[in-house]
Design a protein around this ligand. Structure first.
Ligand code: BGC
Length: 349
């Protein structure tokens, strides 16, 4: 594990960058600001290594940025309607930072704070980060301690394990927000990537991207990714869900029981041959096709990230669960342990 200073926060604290590499030459760089993946270099079918995640060259980009590139998002990944929810009969008001709703933990979410890093070398390179989120932060009850452990295996898997605890009843639903472009060329869109999602249904949303509470079968809709399909093939189809999302920005419900790691999605770039398999124990997976990227974010190498030049596959609970009693719960109580395992596995075809 190599550690370097990545930059300094406006208050003077140093941000570090940790480099992990495996036997196959896969390299991942992570910074302790936002527990953010800043670079992930994986081989194409000819063995050529390229960075496949969007991000910035310097800390300033991450401090100013609004797209959550590579970060751990929390306490709650995705939206909570009007930032309101009730727990044990008490109503809580969270920060409203996305129209009238709460998004990705609020104004200063887990992506905008400095984590404590603890680089450890076990049999495989791994890095553990911890953040203590105080009671009242962004309106959330209970002080929460969240640990995230990144591990790079020799099977070219990036394993992400979460462990969380709280001092008072609260809600917790963190996720990893990397934007992938398997071509390694961030001037190209991801519309030619082929996606397969192991799922028969989504949680449809309204125009504020808040779930209606129903479960919608994907059959005969452009959200059917049961067989590998180019992302661009149907993204402009007239469909109310695509209109609300301005493209894909929905939660799919992977087959198989949550709580057990199972395959949720496969992303393939025919040009480079890179294949990414997403495995998770989470109830949902948000596929976001980078619709809100608009060229205003100047990324690595000075490239302006245009619309749909990266996509996210975020393993998490369903959006707005705290207001949807029929969705799998995100409540965490003292004495309970929040756990998540999500794996991004890289291979070629
Ligand atoms: C959400 C999008 C949101 C984006 C912010 C995604 O996880 O699904 O709606 O705009 O994050 O970068």
């Amino acid at each position: 594990m190599k550690t370097t200073v990545f930059g300094k926060l406006p208050d003077g604290r140093e941000v570090h960058r940790y480099l992990m590499a495996n036997k196959a030459g896969v390299r991942v760089e992570i910074i302790d600001y936002g527990a953010t993946i800043t670079s992930l270099r994986v081989p194409d079918r000819n063995g050529k290594m390229d960075d496949v995640v969007l991000g910035y060259d310097s800390l300033e980009g991450y401090v100013q940025g609004t797209a959550y590139f590579g970060a751990i998002v929390g306490r709650y990944g995705n939206r909570i309607a009007k930032g309101k929810f009730q727990l044990d009969g008490k109503e809580y008001q969270l920060t409203v930072n996305d129209g009238e709703n709460h998004l990705h933990g609020g104004r200063t979410g887990f992506n905008k704070v400095l984590w404590d890093a603890n680089p450890a070398v076990s049999s495989e390179p791994s890095l553990e980060m911890q953040y203590v989120s105080r009671e009242g932060e962004e309106g959330y009850p209970g002080t929460v301690t969240l640990k995230v452990r990144y591990e790079l295996t020799d099977a070219n898997e990036l394993r992400i394990e979460y462990e969380g605890a709280t001092e008072r009843p609260t809600i917790l639903n963190p996720t990893q927000h990397s934007y992938f472009n398997l071509s390694g060329d961030f001037t190209k869109t991801i519309l030619g990537h082929q996606l397969m999602i192991e799922s028969d249904s989504i949680t449809p949303v309204d125009q504020g991207l808040i779930p209606t509470g129903q479960i919608l079968n994907v059959e005969n809709t452009p959200l059917d990714f049961r067989v590998p399909t180019a992302i661009g093939a149907r993204i402009e189809d007239p469909d109310p869900q695509l209109a609300f999302g301005k493209g894909y920005d929905h939660n799919w419900v992977p087959r198989g029981a949550a709580g057990k790691v199972r395959k949720a999605a496969e992303l393939f770039d025919p040009a480079s041959g890179r294949l990414m398999t997403v495995l998770t124990d989470q109830p949902g997976i948000q596929f976001y096709s980078g619709n809100f990227l608009d060229g205003s974010a100047k990324g690595k190498g000075g490239i302006a990230y245009q619309r749909r030049t990266g996509l996210c596959l975020e393993a998490q609970a369903f959006p707005d669960t705290p207001n949807k009693p029929q969705f799998p719960s995100v409540t965490l109580r003292p004495g309970q342990v929040y756990r998540q395992t999500t794996i991004y596995r890289f291979s070629t075809r």
